[in-house]
Design a protein around this ligand. Structure first.
Ligand code: F6R
Length: 652
């Protein structure tokens, strides 16, 4: 998705902006651009299609410098990837704008502006913003007021950074629906879509609230809240939060790709996600954070001791809330949705609570009925996924309309980014401490989500247990959870064997993935990983479904990957695998040591470390990640930034 980086400094900003763009590359983009106001007071711009490297080549030919600038990586929505569509967009050589999001009413606004004599040079929705700001400036408004007047007319989601040639000491940002943070430096301040862009220059950030604007001058940072029907701007104080990860955490280290680094980090980040969240009695409810305005806050109104706009949870109130949960509605997209699908098995079997899972883009557009006592649980690595956020906002709107509209008990976000919109807008959150995930294909974020979901499942079981002292299943699961990082370590040791196996996939065009029970979502996740980074068509089926259609696809050219842990469905899965083999299908089975499956003609068996059946989905996800990684490397694709994809999907 588009990335914004902008700043006002006491030195040349252009190198900081280009470094920031490199750090935003992981989000996915097709062109990049930068504009500065140079020491002579001229607005100068450079744009290039392709990687940030192409922009750098252009800048080597025609360097630009200045103390204020805006820069952008574009992921095309309106208008093909082309230099004239790349941001920044200018109006009258006076205004420069970069934008993330979609302006839904851009066609009507474009017609109006063309009628007023503005000439458009791109097919983008963004260009209307530049011309609208210019028009407001011409009418006598100052830049912050002009941007405010313009944003009041925009429908859709956006984050903006705007500067004006006549005023090289003022940078304005606005956020509505798309993420934007302010980087707080010493005598220099910045705006970006993501803190990662600014880590070389600061580790202190202000996470803007929905609807906030910010004005940056040499005198400092002023966050502005829109009040009084949005046309007044009132200064407001927002907390400055220290970023918890180091610059190195966002680097590749010794690895060739971020994806491999992130796969290998899993034992450590799973330990971190578990750390201090378990005690001998079970899951510590203090692990759950509450947002500033949550009814579950330890003492409403007291914001001290809060990290990132968070404060302590009222444990008694949370215990009661969890005890009241009668159903869980899980909402997520992509890989996070697969984590939710695994959790449904856990919630129903371990906590005895019915659960439903749905992709956010479907949930938000249908009429729904919430059963009484429904906990609304969102899952997201980034916490900025537009569809997931929109689903949360939808149910919050329903809740405000009252119980007759279908009341949800509370919203819980399981998320990897502390200051993200999802975390700040949910009643409750549980952070997955995966650290920055840069590879587009989610790996460590997924397995840490699963751990957080198991913790949530156990917390719900505990709350329903009415002080039951000897809960054998909980005790066993807690013990196994503590051992999990070690088991993951063992499954990472399969890397060499899997790298060899990958050669058998590199010339294939299709692959089937099979699993049963809670491994069915793992098969889905394996198929998603393979298709997104190796571009091999891959489909997952619940193995029992094979005979209802997909069996027709099986022949000697069809590799079939199966996940086979030791569980009650093992024998049934084996029969399904026989059905494949009988039709000449090539089997690649990731199996528990106790599953008696013999390798032989057309049957490849990779033995996965033994693990209890509940935690098996977490362990089996890892070899499938390794498989897709090695196939992609053999095929020579762009592993970390696969074509057409973006890391943080902030548009619908
Ligand atoms: C695939 C992948 C995506 C994301 C999806 C949701 O590897 O990463 O499918 O899971 O775009 O993103 P988040 O989790 O940030 O809401």
């Amino acid at each position: 998705m588009c990335g914004i980086v902008a700043g006002l400094a006491q030195r040349d900003i252009s190198k900081i902006l280009i470094e920031g763009l490199h750090r935003l590359e992981y989000r996915g983009y097709d062109s990049a651009g930068v504009a500065v106001i140079d020491p002579a007071g001229e607005l100068r711009r450079a744009r290039a299609v392709g990687k940030v490297r192409a922009l750098e080549d252009e800048l080597r030919e025609a360097p630009l410098s200045g103390a204020i600038g805006v820069a952008h990586t574009r992921w095309a929505t309106h208008g093909r990837p082309a230099q004239h569509n790349a941001h920044p967009h200018l109006s009258s050589e006076r205004v420069a704008v970069v934008h993330n999001g979609i302006i839904e009413n851009h066609e009507a606004l474009r017609g109006e502006l063309e009628g007023a004599g503005y000439v458009f040079t791109s097919e983008t929705d963004t260009e209307v913003v530049a011309h609208l700001v210019d028009r407001e400036l011409c009418s006598g408004l100052a830049l912050p007021e002009a941007v405010n007047a313009v944003t009041a007319r925009l429908d859709g989601a956006f984050a903006l950074a705007v500067m004006e040639q006549r005023n090289p000491e003022l940078l304005v940002g606005a956020r509505q629906g798309s993420p934007l943070v302010v980087g707080v430096g010493i005598d220099e301040h910045f705006i970006a879509s993501d803190p990662l862009a600014l880590l070389p220059v600061t580790d202190r950030f202000i996470y803007l609230d929905e609807g906030d604007m910010v004005a940056i001058t040499p005198a400092g940072i002023q966050v502005l809240e829109r009040t009084g029907d949005r046309d007044e701007l009132t200064p407001v104080t927002r907390e400055v939060v220290r970023y918890e990860h180091s610059v190195e955490a966002a680097g590749k280290g010794e690895y060739r790709h971020f994806m491999m680094k992130e796969i290998m980090e899993q034992p450590r980040v799973l330990s971190r996600t578990l750390a201090e969240r378990l005690d001998p009695q079970g899951v510590r409810l203090e692990a759950f954070d509450v947002s500033r305005h949550s009814f579950l806050a330890a003492s409403a109104g007291n914001e001290s001791g809060a990290e990132g706009g968070k404060q302590g949870v009222d444990v008694a109130r949370l215990t009661q809330l969890f005890a009241d949960v009668r159903q869980v509605q899980i909402i997520a997209c992509g890989t996070s949705y697969h984590a939710g699908m695994v959790a449904r098995y856990w919630l129903e079997e371990v906590a005895g609570i019915p659960a439903q899972v749905e992709v956010a883009s479907e949930f938000r557009y249908r009429e729904r009925v919430a059963a009484p006592g429904t906990l609304f649980l969102t899952l997201s690595q980034s916490g900025e996924t537009a569809d997931t956020l929109a689903a949360l906002r939808d149910i919050q709107k329903l809740n405000r309309e009252g119980p007759q509209a279908g009341h949800y008990l509370a919203s819980l976000a399981i998320c990897n980014v502390a200051g993200s919109s999802l975390v700040r807008e949910s009643d409750l959150s549980l952070l997955t401490h995966a650290g920055p995930e840069i590879g587009v294909a989610s790996t460590k974020a997924f397995t840490t989500q699963l751990v957080a979901l198991m913790l949530t499942t156990l917390a719900l079981r505990q709350a329903k247990g009415d002080g039951q002292t000897d809960d054998l299943l909980s005790r066993q699961l807690l013990m196994r959870l503590k051992d999990l990082p070690h088991v993951i370590e063992q499954s990472l040791a399969l890397d060499g064997e899997i790298a060899q196996l990958a050669e058998k996939f590199m010339h294939r065009h299709h692959t089937l993935f099979l699993g049963r029970g809670s491994q069915y979502p793992i098969a889905m996740e394996g198929a998603l990983k393979l298709k997104e980074i190796s571009y091999i068509h891959a489909e997952a089926y619940a193995a029992g479904e094979l005979k209802h259609g997909p069996l027709a696809l099986i022949d000697e050219d069809m590799p079939v990957v199966a996940v086979a842990p030791m569980d009650d469905l093992m024998e049934k899965l084996k029969s399904n695998l026989q059905e494949v083999r009988a039709r000449g299908g090539q089997l690649f089975v990731f199996a528990d040591p106790e599953v008696s499956l013999k390798a032989g003609e057309g049957v490849h068996v990779v033995t996965v470390p033994g693990v209890c059946r509940f935690l098996a989905p977490i362990v089996y996800a890892v070899p499938l990640q390794l498989l897709s990684y090695h196939v992609a490397v053999l095929k020579g694709t762009d592993v970390d930034q696969p074509r057409n994809l973006a890391k943080s999907v902030t548009v619908e």
